[in-house]
Design a protein around this ligand. Structure first.
Ligand code: NAP
Length: 473
């Protein structure tokens, strides 16, 4: 019962400070649930973290110089990375940061295992680690190691250092289930025998399973993986909070773990994927590698900025569908200007957001909010999809996979089953991208390019919209 004693031994002021930081984190999550309050949410989260870190430093009061140096180095690196990173590379950065949380959990676990007395988890009567601490340690290093190796693979895939296509090992389900069963069995066995071989075998197998679970996941499922790893990193931190007897870590870890799990679930629903199949590592992901397939030359129509300006100004309603390419070219500001000009001419303008458009959850919402697009012009997929059939123009800007009808019909497509924005149902589709050769994240061709009602606008998104705006003026 040492853990409970230690927790009870936390002075009242520190317990209150940790509680306050927990409340601030909850308010931060609440703020982050809408673009309008997200800045405030971020601020509350930062204050909560400051309170938690300051409380821990005052509470323990030793090694302050070393800790300050470590915070300065880590904080400095984090600051530079966050300032330099392009918005479109954010998922890689998030995956890289998750890997560090996982690694930190493993390192704390190893330190606690090697020196249990220093961590207050040694039963002095038996000379062994307390049973309950063994479970915390075993689970903590296992989740931490899975988070670490899984996040490294996610980083390599998102950063393009490794193919984004699923890598399917033969008999991978048997290997994965066998490895997971071995880890669970060893964590249980660790309670009866705290030998080094048990602890380090749990750690090693967990590194391996993290790798195995993420390599088969490819194409359109990567967003779910990133939020799932986010959840794992929270549970790893919570488990280590028990080992370190730190209530703030337990609360924060549980919040990150559960909010990440909820986000993964929401994204799975949005993508029409089974939650279990994604966490089990590419179950059902039997689709062929996203290599673009064989491209057949087909006729298509090309339009100019003047054509687009003319067609849109004649329309009653234009639905704008932004995607990753808009983020790359940073076209959101000039796009808003185009929308304003259209509205001034009496055209109804709406923005349709697919849940996985761009490269991170809420990517398009953030960019449109940054460009001051009014929230009531921005619609989620399920709220706008029925409107395409009564719309004159669907203006697709730098989006591809999220408009690909193959997701509805082609069982061999890597995006099969994902709900898509039905842009092809509009009277005219203006499809803006740089070239006919370029494919989206999933690497597949899109039938919409070749449809009779589609006009391709080829060029950089920002430049093309600037030309459209010039032509409208
Ligand atoms: P997408 O399918 O990746 O397509 C992006 C399109 O933008 C491409 O057709 C590309 O064609 C064009 N493009 C690139 N740079 C451009 C520029 N400067 N100007 C104009 N066009 C440009 O994007 P999406 O439709 O937004 O779909 C998102 C995909 O990313 C989904 O498959 C999703 O699963 C995946 N994903 C999402 C997240 C998330 O959380 N949202 C995270 C990871 C992965 P060209 O090269 O010809 O220009």
């Amino acid at each position: 019962m040492a853990d409970l004693h230690e927790l009870a031994a936390t002075p009242a002021w520190a317990a209150l400070a940790y509680l306050a930081s927990g409340v601030l984190f909850i308010l931060a999550l609440r703020g982050l649930s809408s673009p309008g309050t997200s800045r405030q949410g971020n601020r509350l989260g930062m204050i909560g973290m400051l309170v938690a870190v300051a409380t821990t430093l005052v509470l323990h009061g030793t090694g302050l110089i070393q800790i300050s140096i470590a915070i300065a180095i880590g904080g400095g690196l984090g600051f530079v990375a966050a300032r330099k990173i392009a918005m479109t590379d954010m998922p890689q950065l998030v995956a890289a940061f998750h890997s560090l949380v996982g690694l930190a959990a493993v390192l704390v676990g190893v330190a606690a295992f090697l020196n249990p007395q220093a961590f207050g988890i040694l039963d002095t009567q038996t000379g062994h680690i307390h049973n309950v601490s063994r479970i915390e340690l075993g689970l903590g290093v296992a989740i931490g190691a899975i988070t670490f190796s899984g996040s490294v693979i996610a980083f390599l895939k998102l950063n393009g250092n490794m193919s984004g296509a699923p890598i399917m090992l033969p008999a991978r389900h048997v290997i994965n289930l066998g490895t997971l069963a071995a880890i669970i069995g060893l964590v249980a066995y660790f309670v009866t025998d705290d030998s080094r071989w048990v602890f380090f075998t749990i750690t090693a197998l967990s590194f391996v399973i993290g790798f195995l679970l993420i390599i088969p996941i490819g194409g359109a499922d990567m967003p779910v993986v990133v939020s799932m790893l986010n959840s794992y990193s929270g549970w790893a931190a919570a488990a280590m909070g028990f080992t370190l007897h730190n209530t703030a870590m337990i609360i924060t870890g549980a919040l990150v773990g559960s909010s990440g799990a909820i986000l993964s679930y929401i994204m799975c629903k949005a993508m029409n994927r089974s939650f279990i199949s994604v966490i089990a590592g590419g179950f059902g992901g039997e689709a062929p590698a996203a290599d673009g397939g064989e491209r057949v030359e087909r006729p298509w129509k090309r339009g100019s900025a003047d054509d687009a300006a003319f067609l849109m100004s004649q329309a009653e309603q234009v639905i704008i569908v932004p995607g990753y390419g808009m983020a790359v070219s940073q076209a959101q500001h000039v796009l808003r200007e185009m929308g304003d000009l259209l509205k001034a001419e009496g055209v109804r303008v709406k923005y349709a957001i697919h849940p996985v458009a761009g490269r991170m959850p809420g990517h398009m919402n953030v960019l449109l909010a940054e460009a001051n697009v009014s929230y009531d012009e921005v619609y989620e997929l399920e709220d706008i999809n029925s409107e395409f059939s009564q719309t004159d123009i669907a203006f697709v800007i730098g989006a591809n996979d999220v408009t690909n009808p193959a997701a509805k019909t082609d069982k061999t497509s890597p995006i099969y089953g994902m709900p898509i924005l039905d842009v092809e149902k509009a009277k005219t589709v203006l499809f803006l991208k740089r070239s006919m050769g370029g494919v989206g994240y999933a690497g597949v061709d899109n039938d919409v390019f070749y449809m009779d009602n589609t006009m391709m606008l080829l060029g950089d998104a920002k430049k093309m919209v600037e030309e459209i705006v010039k032509s409208m003026k």
